[in-house]
Structures are given as structure tokens and as C-alpha cells.
Design a protein around this ligand. Structure first.
Ligand code: FAD
Ligand code: N01
Length: 539
């Protein structure tokens, strides 16, 4: 058994920054990572076209001035290989690898009430003991293939966007089927279409997507960010989504028709998720949202030449933005290619995977390869896969059967010294994740410093504080249009998963202020104990 002050599970952007901060605190830490290198999301998702959709000048760490000044991005929205290089650079630059054990999957984490320590076991049977356990396991790290009948009978190769082969895939001249039209598919489809002989896209729900207007990074543009980082990073931390996006606070309904169209057109030309900041009430007012949705549908109708295909691609039936807004390069244009076919499976689902392809609508399709762009068991799937037990052997999975329960998305009652980075109940996936990751890591490591300074060993939220946060989370979620969509934010993509709005939508800035206030009040809502302080009290 190897003993540490802290075990971190995962070595993506969360795990890396944790190691950096823990070392500064003088705590012994070890990160255990399933993959053979750092990078998390950017190690796993190597599908063609994978890139970020928060601008790289913002989707990057802010904790080191030297790092943010030195690193050079080659594009506005960098592609996966470059983001992975960045993660590797961070690991090397801060000498973090010596505290990471790769090719190591944590299978269980049990709290020992007597020892007041976590005991973690890996799939290979290694055992680690630590005072604190931090799950930096990611929100989108459990890729999922739906339970299609016959999925194992297919004779050709299958790929999931979230488990893409590292050596790449050669689709030249091949007939390829891709299932799904979420963010991953929308990035992959235009690139695969250029290579494949024929690409058939199986769409169950059309998505709203905004052109990224990606392009090469210019020196002037990078310089403008780098010169202003001191202010802009600070400002981003207090926005709604952790992104500086020129939010227009006006209601879309307050603008006249011509003004509204002009604003949408300007944002569409500008590209990216900033489109959703066109007006201040797109996430909360159905009538306002309808105007933005109709504008996007109109762009699809003018882009896609075949009216029937355009109508199938034009998302309807749920408010724009309530499924994760997509950002693309030539997605809708791709359906004008002769080698691309769209198949609507909304009414006639995929019946089964066959030995040669798949069957839907009574028709058999034959493929040389199938791509599953079918998403993730988001936010809870990765934690559920670990046998996590708190006081008296209580299982986290059982506690969360009706949906995750956390205080601030950071901890769960009954599980002392177990922390989640960007866990359910925090802004996480609704934000620029870099901002949320840094905020969580800073908060947790500041809490460790507080425990150390006060001779304390344990930290756990009270049931009362947790109940209040869960109620607040759902109350705020219900003031928005988000619950109207069958999205992974609601757990709706996994059969049997409780329908609960998983992230916290109160805003990154407001959330940060709440977390800071709680810490300033001596970690209000948390029970702190153990250590010398408890011994002193007892004697
Ligand atoms: P991850 O990167 O998911 O890392 C978690 C790590 O934990 C993984 O390496 C995994 O192998 C490891 N792990 C999990 N379970 C275990 C276990 N039991 N034992 C050992 N190791 C384990 N966010 C944005 O803000 N902007 C974007 O533009 C953006 N683009 C994205 C594009 C894609 C394709 C995807 C899938 C997500 C994107 N995200 C984006 C979200 C992205 O997940 C986060 O930005 C960020 O990379 C998460 O970092 P993380 O370290 O918290 O988690
Ligand atoms: O997964 P998804 P993703 N039959 O769940 C379809 C981040 N990300 O990997 O909508 C037929 O969004 C499913 O259909 P439906 C980002 O946060 C970011 O694309 O459920 N189809 C859907 O179309 C994103 O939101 C970037 O009806 C089936 C698709 O599969 C998150 O990761 C890039 C099906 C899954 O879409 C997940 O994105 C990539 C079935 N049985 C990812 N089951 C950026 O650019 C599922 N589908 C930042």
C-alpha cells in the first residue's frame, strides 16, 4: 500500500493543475490516470475535426503568467493535436509527470472511518491510501455506444469519437456510416466526407450549429489578448459562462424586427458560441429564443441546396441552446456534396446493427466502417463506474440513484474528504471549463491549506447544506428553458438515468462569489474535524 496526502484520479486539465497546486502546498500527491499520457479529453477524442469551440486564447490556463505569455496557438480554435501538445507542455514545464502513474484505472475508493483515510484500489490490484481523494475524472469521459441489438455482429471496424484510435483511421474511398449529430459528429462529418467514398449520416435529432469562422491566429490578435490578460482573465471569471462574449443584456423581444435580424446577422458573421450572447434572455424567454432558432433555421435553408434535406437538418422542437450549441466548419455545406446522404431515424429508429451495416426503416445499409458519435454518460457515468464508498460503506452510486446530490458540485454528504472537480451541481459543462477547473482546484487546495493551518483533517458537507444546494440548483434550472430539451444535461441520453438538470446554471461569476463567501465564513455548510484540533477539544 502506498500512502499519500492526496490521491488525484485523472490527469486531464483538472488533474494537472491540481498537482501543480498541491505541490506548492507541500502535500504529497499522486495522480492515477487510465490513459498512457496526460490530456484527458484531448487524449481520448482524436476523431477527425476535433477541436475546441471556446477560443484558444480563452480555453487555456491562466494560473501562470509565463505560460500564457509563452504559449502560441496556431488557430483561433485549436485542433485536438495542438491542445494535447499544450497539456503535455504543461506537464513537462512544471515537471508534473513524476507525480502521475499512467495506465492505471481506479476501480474502487473506500473511506475508512477509523483511519480517516481513503483506500483506493486499481484494476491491476494496486492499493493506495490517502487523507484526501480528488476525482478529476472529467464530465465527458465515459463514451457510450447505445445498446443496439446486434452491435457485436458487425464484421467491419467500428469507432467511437471518444475512443478514437491513436494511429488515425484511413477512410479513403470507403463507405462509412456515422450515427449521431451532436458536437462531435458535427465536427467529424465534414472532414470524413472529404475522404470517404460515401458517408451516410443517421440523424435522430437535428442540432443548431453556428459556423466557427475559425482561422489562423495572427500575431496581432494573440498580442491583443496577451497584453490584456491581467484584466480579461479576471473579467471572464465573473461572467455567466466564463467567456468574454460581449453579452447583449437586452431582451430579443425589446428589439424591433430589423434590429434583431441585424444583431443575429452580425453574430452569425462573427461566428461561434457568441451567437447565444446576441440577447440576454435567449436561455429564459421562449419567444426570444424562437427568434434566434428561426434565424438559424433560415441560414440552414439558404445553405443546404436540397429543400427536403434542409428541412430535416433544421432543428425544431426544442429551444436553441438547451442542447449544447454546436460550432462547425462547413457542416451544413457538407450535405450539398454528392457523396453525403442524410437519413432521418427520428421516427424509425435504428433497428439493429447487422453483420454488414445497420437496419432502419426496413432497409439494410452496408458499410466498410461505422462511426458512433453517440456521446457520453455525462457528469455521473465516470464516477458511477468507480465503487465509491463513504461512511459505514455507503455507496455513492446508491445515494445518487435518484440523481446526483452535492453541495456546490464539490462534495457529497457522507463522503468526507472526497472532492469533485467540476462535479454535478457546479457550472462545469455550461462554462469555459478552464475557468471552472481553475476555480475548483483553487477552492479545494485553499480548503486544504485551511485544514492544515487549523490542525484539522476532515471536511464534509452537512446534509442540510447539501439539500439546500440541490433545491437551489433545480430551482434555478427550472427558471430556464433547458429542461425542455431531451439533452445529456438532463441525463436524457441514457435510458433509465434520472431526468435532473445536472450542471448549475446560476452563472460562473455568481457561483464563484458564493464559494468564496462560504470559505470566508469558515466553510459554512461543511463540517470540519479530526486532527489535533479535535484532540484538543476532547482533552
Ligand atoms: P478530462 O479531460 O475528461 O480528464 C479526466 C481524466 O480522468 C481522463 O484522462 C480519464 O482517463 C481519467 N479517468 C477517468 N476515470 C478514471 C479512473 N477510474 N481511473 C483512472 N483515470 C480515470 N470544454 C470547454 O470548455 N471548451 C471546449 O471547447 C471543449 N471542447 C470539448 C471537445 C470535446 C470533444 C469534448 C469531449 C469535451 C470538450 N470540452 C470543452 C469539455 C472538456 O472535457 C473540458 O474542457 C476539459 O478538458 C476537462 O478536463 P478534466 O481534466 O476535468 O477531465
Ligand atoms: O455527444 P451528444 P457528442 N440512435 O450526446 C445521437 C462536448 N463536445 O459527443 O440528440 C440514433 O451531444 C444523439 O441523438 P439525440 C460538448 O459538451 C464539445 O457529440 O439523442 N442516434 C446525438 O445526435 C458536447 O455536447 C465539442 O436524439 C443516437 C448524438 O448521438 C458533448 O461533448 C466537440 C442514438 C450524441 O450527441 C457531447 O457531444 C465535441 C441512437 N440510439 C464534444 N443514441 C466542441 O466543439 C445517441 N444518438 C467544444
Amino acid at each position: 500500500m502506498r500512502e499519500f496526502d492526496v490521491i488525484v484520479v485523472g490527469a486531464g486539465f483538472s488533474g494537472l493543475y491540481l498537482l501543480y497546486r498541491l505541490r506548492k502546498l507541500g502535500l504529497s500527491a499522486r495522480a492515477l490516470e487510465r490513459a498512457d499520457d496526460v490530456g484527458g479529453t484531448w487524449w481520448w477524442n482524436r476523431y477527425p475535426g476535433a477541436r475546441c469551440d471556446v477560443e484558444s486564447m480563452q480555453y487555456s490556463y491562466s494560473f501562470s503568467e509565463e505560460l500564457q505569455q509563452d504559449w502560441e496557438w496556431s488557430e483561433l480554435f485549436s485542433a485536438q493535436p495542438e491542445i494535447l501538445d499544450y497539456a503535455r507542455h504543461v506537464a513537462d514545464r512544471f515537471d508534473l509527470r513524476r507525480d502521475i502513474q499512467f495506465d492505471t484505472t481506479v476501480s474502487s475508493a473506500h473511506w475508512d472511518d477509523d483511519e480517516r483515510r481513503w483506500r483506493l484500489e486499481t484494476e491491476a490490484g494496486e492499493v493506495f491510501s490517502a487523507r484526501h481523494c480528488i476525482m478529476a475524472t472529467g464530465c465527458l469521459s465515459t463514451a457510450r455506444v447505445p445498446d443496439f441489438e446486434g452491435v457485436d455482429s458487425y464484421q467491419g471496424p467500428t469507432y467511437h469519437t471518444g475512443w478514437w484510435p491513436h494511429e488515425g483511421v484511413d477512410f479513403s474511398g470507403k463507405t462509412v456510416g456515422i450515427i449521431g449529430t451532436g458536437s462531435s459528429a458535427i465536427q467529424a462529418i465534414p472532414v470524413i466526407a472529404e475522404e470517404a467514398g460515401h458517408l451516410t449520416v443517421f440523424q435522430r435529432t437535428p442540432n443548431y450549429s453556428i459556423p466557427s469562422r475559425n482561422g489562423p491566429m495572427t500575431d496581432d490578435y494573440a498580442r491583443s489578448w496577451k497584453d490584456g490578460y491581467a484584466e480579461s482573465r479576471q473579467a471572464a471569471r465573473h461572467t455567466r459562462n466564463g467567456v468574454l462574449a460581449r453579452l447583449n443584456p437586452q431582451s430579443a423581444m425589446a428589439a424591433g424586427e430589423a434590429e434583431r435580424q441585424a444583431i443575429y446577422e452580425e453574430r452569425w458573421r462573427e461566428g461561434g458560441t457568441y451567437f447565444m450572447a446576441s440577447f440576454g434572455d435567449l436561455a429564459t424567454n421562449q419567444a426570444s429564443n424562437d427568434t434566434a432558432a428561426e434565424f438559424v433555421r433560415e441560414q440552414i435553408r439558404t445553405t443546404v441546396e436540397d429543400p427536403e434535406t434542409a428541412e430535416l437538418l433544421a432543428a425544431d422542437g426544442y429551444p436553441i441552446g438547451t442542447k449544447r450549441i454546436c460550432v462547425d466548419t462547413d457542416y451544413f455545406e457538407t450535405f450539398n456534396r454528392e457523396n453525403v446522404t442524410l437519413v432521418d431515424v427520428s421516427e424509425q429508429p435504428i433497428e439493429r446493427i447487422t453483420s454488414e451495416g445497420l437496419r432502419t426503416g426496413g432497409r439494410d445499409y452496408t458499410f466498410d466502417a461505422i462511426v458512433f458519435a453517440t456521446g457520453f454518460d455525462a457528469m455521473t457515468g465516470t464516477l458511477d463506474a468507480i465503487d465509491i464508498r463513504g461512511h459505514e460503506g455507503r455507496a455513492l452510486k446508491a445515494k445518487w440513484e435518484e440523481g446526483p446530490r452535492t453541495y456546490l458540485g464539490l462534495m457529497s454528504e457522507g463522503f468526507p474528504n472526497l472532492y469533485m472537480i467540476t462535479g454535478p451541481g457546479s457550472p462545469s459543462v455550461l462554462s469555459n471549463m478552464m475557468v471552472s477547473i481553475e476555480q475548483h482546484v483553487d477552492w479545494v487546495t485553499d480548503a486544504f491549506a485551511h485544514l492544515e493551518a487549523n490542525g484539522l483533517e476532515t471536511m464534509e458537507p452537512s446534509l442540510e447544506a447539501e439539500d439546500a444546494w440541490v433545491a437551489h440548483n433545480s430551482e434555478v434550472g427550472n427558471t430556464t428553458l433547458y429542461p425542455k430539451a431531451a439533452s445529456w444535461y438532463m441525463g436524457a441520453n441514457i435510458p433509465g438515468k434520472p431526468r435532473i438538470f445536472l450542471p448549475y446554471i446560476g452563472g460562473v461569476g455568481a457561483y464563484r462569489e458564493r464559494c468564496d463567501e462560504i470559505a470566508a465564513k469558515g466553510y459554512e455548510g461543511f463540517e470540519l474535524g479530526g486532527g489535533e484540533a479535535e484532540q484538543r477539544k476532547a482533552s
